[in-house]
Ligand binder design. Structure first.
Ligand code: PLP
Length: 339
């Protein structure tokens, strides 16, 4: 095998040795299967292709200084996948089966887990799809759960830095009682045009307001939002945002650091009172926000004048990464060592 250039990995797909699959037939989950093919055989009438019965997850495996490989809060990903499947009428995979599959696929692809020093990690992508054939709009009678992995580079190649975001009023991501709280591919399809327009205009991502009134903050691109003011960590409460495991962890760490934590509706105008702001998710942990432009209102909310992340965002970022890589003690029982 060609040597992998760990320092220059992108967030792309690099083939690895194996993926794992579990089929659900006749209402029962079967045995874990190992495959070295990166394609799947699918019925052309499968519900995932026509009616969007598709759910996914994203987590990472981190190699520590001690050489050990760690997973971060994978039980939360298993639970969220179950919620998503429940939401779109798909078979739910029990947490112990999810664990069995993650452990197996990580171990089988051990040689693709980047070394500690590189700051890179192994991205783990579970997905669950309706494979049973239907023509009428109905849930499938067969499902496939699978996981592939691929090594990904550190998110911040040029160092941890703040970047600009833009509010979109033209597009909504998900309706108030729609599928916004589920990790389904359809939400991403619905965001692609807004995302493209934001990127073309030089922004890191589009920023969504609540879709009923366009008054409150929802989330940004594919990440949750948080703001910092008066020693308080504030994150929106909304029925259309995806419950981020990173955000949940940051709320706990902020509390550990002696901060107040508020999860509540956040009016757009309140942005002008935040001392720091960030987008959070597994990919980057925290992407500090330099400013949020609202072009339709001809307004700009600025959080960083020099492009540098604020002190609290930096502290939270370093703390969470240190736990994930095993540099600091795991006081909340968030980490599982892959053995
Ligand atoms: C996955 C996802 C996030 C981040 O969730 P994490 O569990 O922190 O990775 C945020 N928003 C959306 C829309 C997502 O799909």
């Amino acid at each position: 095998m060609k040597e992998i250039d760990w320092a220059n990995l992108s967030f792309g797909y690099m083939p690895t040795d194996y993926n794992v699959r579990i089929y659900n037939r006749n209402g029962k989950w079967g045995e874990l299967e190992v495959s070295s093919s990166d394609t799947i055989n699918l019925h052309m009438a499968a519900t995932c292709l026509h009616y969007g019965q598709e759910a996914f997850e994203g987590l990472k495996a981190y190699r520590g200084k001690d050489g050990k490989v760690r997973l971060f809060r994978f039980e939360e990903n298993a639970a969220r996948l179950q919620r998503t499947c429940h939401g779109i009428m798909m078979a739910e995979l029990p947490t112990d089966r999810f664990k069995e599959a993650v452990m197996k696929v990580v171990k089988l692809n051990e040689r693709f887990i980047p070394p500690y020093e590189s700051g890179a990690s192994l991205y783990i992508r579970p997905l669950l799809i309706g494979t049973g054939a239907q023509v009428g709009v109905k849930p499938a009678d067969e499902y496939l759960f699978m996981i592939f992995v691929t090594p990904v580079g550190p998110y911040f190649k040029g160092g941890f830095a703040a970047t600009p975001y833009v509010i979109t009023r033209k597009y909504d991501r998900a309706a108030p009682h729609g599928t916004g709280t589920y990790k389904v591919g359809g939400n991403y399809a619905a965001s692609l045009r807004a995302s493209k327009e934001a990127h073309d205009a030089g922004y890191s991502a589009e920023f969504y307001l609540d879709c009923k009134e366009h008054k409150f903050i929802d989330e940004c691109g594919a990440a949750n939002f948080f703001g910092i003011k008066d020693n308080t960590y504030i994150t929106p409460l909304s029925s259309s945002i995806l419950p981020s495991i990173t955000n949940k962890s940051l709320m706990q760490l902020a509390e550990d650091m002696g901060m107040e934590v508020e999860r509540r509706p956040v009016l757009e105008e309140e942005l002008s009172t935040f001392e720091e702001a960030g987008a959070c998710g597994t990919a980057a942990v925290i992407s500090p926000i330099q400013r949020i432009d609202d072009p339709e209102n001809n307004h700009s909310y600025v959080f960083s004048h020099d492009g540098k992340p604020g002190p609290i965002s930096t502290k939270l970022y370093n703390k969470l990464r240190a736990i994930q890589y095993g540099d600091e003690p795991d006081t909340h029982g968030w980490v599982t060592i892959v053995e």
